[in-house]
Design a protein around this ligand. Structure first.
Ligand code: DSN
Length: 422
């Protein structure tokens, strides 16, 4: 094992102290460098963000909020959190921001806690149609503690059925309506959802985890002017550290802050809060806006490329960073396709398609995302090539020799777009 200049001099000390974990850091870096990263919720965050994550801010306990902490010595971390809050408010035009949730799921726990009581009715998108575990799955707290009523997409066009959503809202009088998904390639009509929420007196919650990075880059419309509360993760298209964030109307600020701390978690991870602030500054640049537009155009080329190889893009294509691909025409399940792509150096995930005849463990689809490859600097020609590599992997990736050939082509492609250069 050899060191890697990307990590800097402290890495040599880590290697001497703990070669086992140092080896994992190196081999994961190599995996990210030389494979194709197509998981729609992943990205390559900047070295600046990684620096903050690995900083001494990790040592500090800071329960509470800037100026109102339960521990001394918070003067320095207070500065980072205040800068981050102001950046989030400016970037999203939000009245309030909370940077403390450790993850998207914990941000969502805080949203439930701020606006509902156990047993309340919440209307949210069904997981098999693209929702999220925290939108009412029976194996998640949301499905266990709340009366979740699910809406889905129409069978004919695979788009959210707003008529069904309104009918269900009128019928069930939910306390809160959640829009946002993990496998929905189209834009959401926030104005229409706001009208439904107003009609039934529901809180409008948007879980924007997947697409908030496109909103930050002004590449798609923002839910912030419409929603009472918007929760999201900071590590997907947004390209920041792993973590969660919430923005809301000012009238909900106290409820949100109380729900995050002390309601849902104790001390914030201040290294992550500082890293979120750095990412928010990066998002406010023209380069980031260009990247956000390219993420969408790249995904559109990738989806069309897969269609040219005989697969079908759910809902006819994509308007975002992800495409959901129905691969039944290949005769291969999502599970096998995922495995074959993995052996070929292509990381993506199997995914249920709407009205999927297969179980969630098998599925008839794959989900692909374009954020990481766009960060690497890839464009339309590379997306065409990636579509062909995926098609080859699905067909032949079960044979070790053929998988090795595809892996070698993936290696050549990614070598032209180095991430975290040595
Ligand atoms: N696990 C994330 C995703 O891949 O979409 C959602 O939380």
């Amino acid at each position: 094992m050899s060191s890697d200049t990307f990590f800097g001099p402290d890495f040599d000390a880590l290697q001497a102290q703990d070669p086992d974990i140092a080896a994992v850091l190196l081999s994961e870096l190599e995996r990210q460098r030389h494979g194709l990263q197509l998981i729609a919720s992943e990205n390559f965050t900047s070295p600046a963000v990684l620096t903050a994550l690995g900083s001494t801010l990790s040592n500090k306990y800071a329960e509470g909020y800037p100026g109102k902490r339960y521990y001394g010595g918070c003067e320095e971390v207070d500065k980072a959190e205040l800068i981050g809050i102001e950046r989030a408010k400016a970037l999203f035009g939000a009245e309030h921001a909370n940077l403390q949730p450790h993850s998207g799921a914990s941000a969502n726990i805080a949203v439930y806690q701020a606006f509902t009581k156990p047993g309340d009715t919440v209307l949210a998108m069904s997981l098999p149609h693209g929702g999220h575990l925290t939108h009412g799955s029976k194996v998640n707290f949301s499905g266990k503690w709340f009366n979740i009523v699910s809406y889905g997409v129409r069978a004919d066009n695979e788009l959210i059925d707003y008529d069904e959503l309104r009918d269900l809202a009128l019928e069930n009088a939910p306390r809160m309506i959640c829009t946002g998904a993990t496998a929905y390639p189209s834009l959401i009509d926030f104005e229409r959802v706001r009208a439904i929420c107003d009609e039934v007196g529901a809180i409008m919650w948007v879980d924007a985890a997947h697409f908030i990075g496109l909103v930050a880059g002004k590449a798609i419309p923002s839910p912030v002017p419409y929603a009472d509360v918007v929760s999201f993760t900071t590590h997907k298209v947004l390209r920041g550290p792993r973590g969660g964030m919430i923005v809301s109307k000012a009238e909900h600020a106290a409820a949100i802050d109380k729900a995050v701390f002390p309601g849902m978690q104790g001390g914030p991870i201040m290294s992550a809060v500082a890293a979120k602030a750095i990412a928010l500054k990066e998002c406010a640049t023209p380069e980031y806006q260009e990247y956000a537009k390219n993420v969408i155009s790249n995904c559109q080329v990738l989806a069309s490329g897969l269609e040219e190889h005989g697969m079908r893009a759910v809902s006819g294509g994509t308007q975002t960073h992800l495409a959901l691909i129905d691969i039944r025409s290949t005769g291969i399940s999502g599970k096998i396709a995922d495995e074959r792509c993995g052996l070929s150096g292509i990381t993506l995930n199997k995914n249920a398609i709407p009205y999927d005849p297969e179980s969630p463990a098998v599925t008839s689809g794959i989900r692909v995302g374009s954020a990481a490859t766009t960060t690497q600097g890839m464009g339309a020609p590379e997306m065409v090539q990636i579509a062909s590599l995926i098609a080859r992997a699905i067909k032949d990736g079960g044979e070790p020799a053929k998988a090795a050939e595809i892996r070698s082509d993936v290696y050549e492609l990614t070598a032209r777009f180095p991430v975290y250069p040595r």
